[in-house]
Design a protein around this ligand. Structure first.
Ligand code: DP6
Length: 361
């Protein structure tokens, strides 16, 4: 290593948007490798509104790996962080920056320490898939820093080991996480179904019903579901495989009625499975239920659906409008029925297009 001077720092910054599943991942067949019991499909959001920005840096003067999340130092001792770091370090290659006179060999990476700083521009752990954007961004920026030569599919298998849904955030547009068959998880990767330009009429509106941290994390919630729910077995084996085929078709054909029908039905079944868990898990609240009622009523009053809704492990509503015009009408309706900070705990709205992974390093 050209390390005579301890003064140099090499850094990479990347930005990764979060993703929202329209066919949900819920349940693992392998807890430590994070292997799911069904395929899932998501849409990647606009990084302007919901993204993680991560800077990873390396210097001979760092004496340990350290990480800050939203400005606060957090422990890196968790198994998921360690697994991602280990997998990336194992694939590191030589890095040379002639201008700065830096040369790092593959071997050097084993002894060099990292400083990682990550920011979310949206509520952390409130059912807006913060861990998805976080681990995808961590893996992507580390791979850049360490000159890892793997393709996005291979990187997705590493991000998956940080948080399952993270594997889908490495691509823009519509993304499928293939559950895979292998015990080692090598074929449990994400693939892009269509890029972000494919269906660009769609507009996503998120109603932030609550930015409080959820009571039951996705990780423990899905573990309890797999252990106690009968419905999850039927869902994973009978329902989701058919829905995946239909959803891929709907996306390919830009068929909004089918897309909306499948996304809403899948969100509702996911929450039914949570209720079928013992003890039952409630992620949605009264405001979430009222939003569903509002969208359902509107959709039924038109010739075909205008808006799809989906809720992850929290009360926040993610709504997908079929066009900009519909998004404007949706916002009007929401503001009328749910004025921010009125009798509901709804506090803001976020609007965004679908979008793409950005490398700003
Ligand atoms: C409801 O990916 O957060 O958002 O793999 O344990 O980290 P871990 O869980 P996580 O679960 C996401 C669940 C979901 C559905 C989805 O994103 O597909």
């Amino acid at each position: 290593m050209a390390g005579e001077s301890k003064k140099w720092v090499l850094l990479v910054t990347a930005q990764t948007p979060t993703n929202i599943a329209v066919i949900k991942y819920w349940g693992k067949r392998d807890e430590s490798l994070i292997l799911p019991i069904n395929d899932s499909i998501s849409v990647t959001l606009d990084p302007a509104h919901l993204c993680t920005t991560t800077t990873v840096s390396v210097s001979p003067s760092f004496d340990q790996d350290r990480m800050w999340l939203n400005g606060k130092e957090i422990s890196l001792s968790g198994g998921r962080f360690q697994r991602c770091l280990k997998e990336i370090r194992a694939r590191a290659s030589d890095v040379e920056d002639e201008k700065k006179g830096i040369k790092i060999t593959k071997k050097d990476w084993e002894n060099l320490h990292l400083h990682i700083s990550s920011y979310n521009n949206f509520p952390t752990a409130a059912g807006l898939a913060s861990s998805a954007a976080g681990f995808a961004c961590l893996v992507f920026s580390l791979a850049k820093l360490m000159n890892v030569k793997e393709d996005l599919g291979q990187l997705s298998a590493i991000a998956r080991q940080g948080s399952g849904s993270a594997c889908r955030s490495l691509y823009g547009g519509f993304v499928k996480w293939i559950m895979g068959k292998n015990d080692d998880g090598s074929d449990s990767i994400a693939v892009q179904l269509a890029d972000e330009k494919h269906w660009d009429e769609l507009v996503i509106v998120i109603a932030v019903v609550s930015s409080r941290q959820k009571e039951t994390s996705s990780t423990s919630g899905m573990r309890e579901t797999v252990e106690t729910s009968m419905l999850i077995k039927h869902r994973a084996k009978e329902v989701v495989p058919k829905r995946i085929v239909e959803m891929e078709e709907a996306i390919k054909n830009r068929d909004f009625p089918s897309f909306a029908h499948l996304a809403c039905a899948d969100s509702n079944q996911f929450h039914a499975v949570c209720m079928d868990t013992s003890p039952p898990i409630f992620y949605m609240n009264d405001t979430s239920h009222r939003i569903i009622g509002c969208v359902e009523k509107w959709n039924r009053s038109e010739e075909s659906p205008q808006v799809a809704y989906t809720f992850d492990a929290g009360p926040n509503a993610v709504m997908i409008a079929r066009s900009r015009k519909v998004a404007a009408l949706l916002l009007q309706r929401l503001l009328f029925h749910f004025p921010p900070n009125a009798d509901t705990d709804l506090n803001s709205y976020v609007i965004g297009d679908k979008s793409i992974l950005q490398d700003v390093g």
